[in-house]
Design a protein around this ligand. Structure first.
Ligand SMILES: [Zn+2]
Length: 338
């Protein structure tokens, strides 16, 4: 009976009901990116009793995240936890009946299909269009719906994509490299209410998709949390959209980069898709004569000259205190090896 009491306020709502609650409990979702949007979506879906929630994120937590990333706290930063691990630990305490799985990984063309295998739905908590287009390709290829969300400054956007039924993200004709936005978190910042609103709208769409209602909203929604503006835009399918015609350009790695400047962090991520599992023990032994090294189960930190690198078990590194991608690639090649 405990489980019925737990969801009583939600099952009383006619859009969900007892039947909808059962469907939520049998559902499997993947949340890709666990920043402001991802934390809002994850906490709502775990509380709502979605059966399996996988949270995939490549990053660790910093103080400037706490202003809007709603499930993290100062202790997570002191413990140097990756976001995916901290999210899993917090959310398991919120609802022990949900299978919450945190995965520390950079989602890329080589791993996305494996990471989202079995998911009924994908939710976008990302900060870049390159990975969103990858999700879009996987959605169309494997027939998995997804909900796009993005925020900057006081603005936010969201759109629901039901593959082969509604227009996809590439139908919008956004430039893959610029993302169609001149602003980034680095230059424009972001206030908490914008991702809280967009993450909530994404969660409502997720619940509707999972309970199987026909009331899905196919419009592009744009909001301004500061000016209290909400706008709907009708989006049409594009006749020459590559993804809608089975050309998965991002999944086939015809676009894609190995270095990415991280939104709002003055840091660059370097990927090494060829890397196998990295042994921190042997890497630390190799780096110790060259600089300062320490490592935990989740990451290895290496300081040399004025640079700091954080290396993850999948061979990925974040080079801090620079936005120079060439410099970051050079440091990676020098100390970790390509
Ligand atoms: Zn399309």
């Amino acid at each position: 009976m405990a489980s019925i009491d737990r969801y009583s306020r939600q099952t009383l709502f006619p859009g969900i009901g007892e039947e909808g609650q059962k469907k939520l409990g049998n559902s499997n979702v993947a949340i890709i990116g666990c920043g402001a949007l991802g934390t809002v979506i994850a906490t709502c879906l775990v509380r709502a009793g979605v059966g399996k929630v996988k949270i995939i994120d490549r990053d660790f937590i910093e103080y400037h995240n706490l202003q809007r990333q709603v499930i993290f706290d100062e202790e997570d930063i002191r413990d140097e936890l990756p976001k995916a691990i901290a999210a899993e630990r917090h959310l398991k305490k919120v609802n022990s009946s949900v299978k919450v799985e945190g995965v520390v990984a950079d989602v890329n063309y080589a791993n996305i299909e494996r990471l989202v295998a079995g998911a009924d739905l994908m939710l976008d908590g990302l900060d870049n269009f390159e990975t969103r287009f990858l999700i879009n390709d996987v959605s169309l290829k494997h027939d998995i719906p997804w909900v796009y969300g993005g925020c900057i400054s006081s603005y936010g956007m969201t759109m629901t994509i039901i593959p082969h039924k509604t227009p996809c993200l590439r139908c919008l004709q956004i430039n893959p490299t610029s993302g169609g936005l001149a602003l980034t978190c680095d230059t424009a910042g972001v206030i908490g209410p914008a991702p809280f609103i967009i993450g909530s709208l994404q969660t409502a769409e997720a619940m509707k998709i999972l309970v199987g209602t026909e009331e899905i909203n196919p419009d592009l929604i744009m909001i301004d949390a500061w000016k209290d503006e909400f706008n709907h835009f009708k989006v049409g399918s594009r006749a020459d959209c590559p993804a809608c015609h089975g050309e998965y350009e991002f999944l086939e790695a015809r676009f894609g980069t190995r270095t990415t400047s991280l939104c709002g962090q003055n840091a660059v991520q370097v990927l090494n898709p060829e890397a196998k599992e990295v042994s921190f023990e042997s890497l630390a032994a190799h780096l110790r004569p060259l600089g300062e090294v320490n490592y935990s189960e989740f990451m290895l930190r290496f300081r040399v000259d004025n640079h700091e690198m954080v290396i993850f078990p999948d061979g990925r590194a974040i080079v801090k205190n620079t936005s120079d991608e060439a410099l970051a690639r050079g440091l990676y090649a020098k100390y970790i090896g390509m």
